[in-house]
Design a protein around this ligand. Structure first.
Ligand SMILES: Nc1nc2c(ncn2[C@@H]2O[C@H](COP(=O)(O)OP(=O)(O)OP(=O)(O)O)[C@@H](O)[C@H]2O)c(=O)[nH]1
Ligand SMILES: [Mg+2]
Length: 245
């Protein structure tokens, strides 16, 4: 019996990517949820048409750009509320290859609660990236290793969550709603003892559309990382699930 699986994709101005991505992922035995944050480039209209055409596709429109982490939080909440057993999350810009989805699932079946795509398991996994982005990604990886003590690639969104073993309350410990959502959520999962697996991915740079990653996101992430390392010491319970009585 296969697990009831949802694939979640956040979108913001992904006009040229959204339909081909949707076609690629609906090839799998899974439902698909898009959360669009008021894209102004026609993405929202394309999604509405796809939701009418393809029975397994669902779209949620939010009023404005609330942040990529906020979209993931809502996607995760939706998956629990709607009764899915497993959730796969990925970007819309084809940087997370749809054809690698079976590998995430296979890895998860080996006894992992969470599986993440890692760019750091093999050399040369950032083809076509600017030096700036390569440095940024490596720095993020170094900091999450040193500050949070996690060996994983914690800043990516290509993930599998097993919802039957990870209780939903874990995610209410995650406060970030921007990019920092990714490393904060993985840290909370790691600290609460959930088993995290990795599959090696190469991350090509996007070919269509524009990046939504900017300097203010980087500074916010750095600030949160410092906050987290401080709270780790001053508020030891901050990231931990309360033991149920
Ligand atoms: N719903 C929603 N989606 C977002 C938001 N910001 C980014 N996204 C989507 O989240 C995914 C990741 O965003 P990207 O812009 O690709 O970020 P990145 O991968 O760090 O940067 P590049 O690949 O260089 O563009 C994409 O599918 C975006 O469309 C947001 O505020 N709300
Ligand atoms: Mg991207």
């Amino acid at each position: 019996v296969s697990l009831k699986t949802l694939i979640f994709v956040p979108t913001y101005n992904e006009r040229d990517n959204v339909e081909p991505l949707c076609r690629a992922i609906t090839a799998y035995d899974a439902d698909v949820l898009f959360i669009d944050d008021g894209s102004s480039d026609g993405t929202a209209e394309i999604l509405n048409r796809l939701a009418l055409e393809v029975p397994q596709v669902k779209v949620i429109h939010r009023a404005g750009k609330l942040g990529v982490g906020s979209a993931h939080f809502d996607g995760i909440t939706y998956a629990y509320r709607t009764g899915y057993d497993a959730l796969i999350t990925m970007d819309c810009d084809f940087t997370h290859p749809p054809e690698r989805i079976p590998e995430l699932i296979k890895k998860a079946s080996q006894g992992y609660d969470i599986v993440t795509g890692s760019r750091h398991l093999q050399a040369g996994s950032l083809p076509g990236w600017s030096l700036y982005r390569k440095v940024l990604t490596s720095l993020g990886h170094l900091l999450t290793r040193v500050v949070l003590g996690m060996p994983y690639d914690a800043t990516g969104a290509f993930r599998y969550y097993r919802l039957t073993t990870v209780p939903q309350e874990v995610f209410s410990l995650v406060e970030a709603r921007g990019y920092a959502f990714f490393f904060e959520s993985l840290y909370v999962l790691h600290l609460n003892g959930f088993k995290i697996g990795e599959v090696a991915i190469a991350l090509p740079s996007r070919t269509q559309g524009n990046s939504k990653m900017d300097l203010s996101e980087i500074f916010r992430s750095l600030r949160l990382l410092l906050m987290m390392s401080y709270q780790k010491i001053t508020q030891p319970g901050r990231f931990r699930l309360k033991k149920s009585a």
